[in-house]
Ligand binder design. Structure first.
Ligand SMILES: Nc1ncnc2c1ncn2[C@@H]1O[C@H](COP(=O)(O)OP(=O)(O)OP(=O)(O)O)[C@@H](O)[C@H]1O
Length: 311
């Protein structure tokens, strides 16, 4: 279990994490989501005692990081996958970590197998591809067989097969009763990996809920109708108790109905239409709506085509 309690971290005048509280429970994968600069890495660094908070604290299994005698056996983390000494081989890097934490050498071979790097264990860490470096970072996180695992943007540099592999690994670790926190800036990726979500923006908590709740609340389905007679169309649908909203490009969006029902109604009332199409708002759109006010860098126009976004 990780407990983040009223955590505030500043870099000079920048408030990177702002009075943030949440819990990461064991036995499930928790997705830690937020746009670039939201404070995910800073929070993870604070969990590991690498950044000092100005206020608040983080407890891992009930104690701050520095109160754990052999921290690598309590919490493992993938933060910066390029942190391995480039001149050392992958195996030597893991061996030195193991020895400094009184972990048996034999464990190095096991984690190299787990992450699929056994065949390149003799390669210099500096010569590994980004995806292999990610795997080496994951191996280091697993080395102490910890109950708590943090992975910062593990999908970075992994190919599609690697992403599926990581997803299965994270789920397996959670299935073993461990606490697993995985950060990402992609909602669609997290929806397939995580059971639970903690969403932050500008260092503050925006949402904490199960993935199922997020999907149920946000995967809005509707029928998109384009017509030169929007007023008449709305009146017809309204008369049948069908709820409508204004969509982009002057389209009408009708919820709680079907393409067939709308087709029959417009035919019966002789309303001209150019398009009647079923749509589902993507999770990515829902995430962007949620974080819209909390984005540090977004190109002008990114949100222009998004329904329901307050600009
Ligand atoms: N070492 C630092 N010095 C100064 N400011 C920093 C430092 N590290 C992070 N920040 C700032 O703190 C804020 C939070 O950054 P952080 O890296 O934690 O966000 P993030 O959610 O991990 O983003 P990303 O997805 O881009 O990695 C940002 O405004 C960032 O510019």
């Amino acid at each position: 279990m990780i407990e983040v309690q009223r955590l505030t971290v500043r870099y000079g005048t920048t408030v990177a994490v702002d009075d943030l509280s949440f819990r990461v429970e064991p036995g499930r994968v928790t997705g830690f989501l937020g746009p670039n600069g939201a404070g995910k890495t800073t929070t993870m660094r604070a969990v590991l005692g690498l950044d000092r908070p100005v206020s608040g604290r983080v407890l891992i299994e009930g104690r701050p990081y520095e109160r754990h005698a052999r921290p690598l056996t309590t919490v493992g983390a993938l933060l910066d996958s390029r942190s391995a000494h480039g001149g050392r081989t992958a195996r030597a890097h893991l061996l030195s970590l193991a020895r400094s934490n009184r972990i048996p050498d034999a464990r190095v071979g096991e984690v190299l197998e787990t992450v699929g790097l056994a065949s390149v264990a003799g390669k210099r860490a500096g010569g590994l591809s980004l995806g292999m470096s990610q795997r080496l970072g994951i191996a280091a996180a697993l080395l102490g067989d910890p109950r708590v695992l943090l992975f910062d943007e593990p999908a970075n540099g992994l190919d599609p097969e690697g992403i599926v592999w990581f997803r299965e690994l994270a789920r397996r670790l959670a299935g073993e009763g461990r606490t697993v926190l995985v950060s990402s800036h992609l909602m669609s990726e997290m929806a397939q990996t995580a059971d639970h979500l903690v969403v932050i923006g500008q260092g503050r908590l925006l949402a904490e809920c199960s993935v199922d709740d997020f999907v149920a609340r946000n995967s809005r389905s509707f029928i998109r109708i384009r017509t030169p007679e929007p007023e008449r169309l709305r009146a017809v649908l309204d008369g049948e108790g069908i709820r409508t909203e204004d969509g982009p490009d002057g389209a009408v969006e009708a919820s709680g109905t079907t393409q067939e029902t709308v087709g029959a109604l417009v035919a019966a009332h002789q309303v001209t239409v150019y398009e009647i199409s079923p749509q589902t708002a993507s999770l990515e759109e829902a995430f962007m709506r949620l974080t819209a006010g909390a984005v540090e860098f977004r190109a002008a126009g990114d949100m222009a085509a998004m329904p329901g976004v307050d600009r």
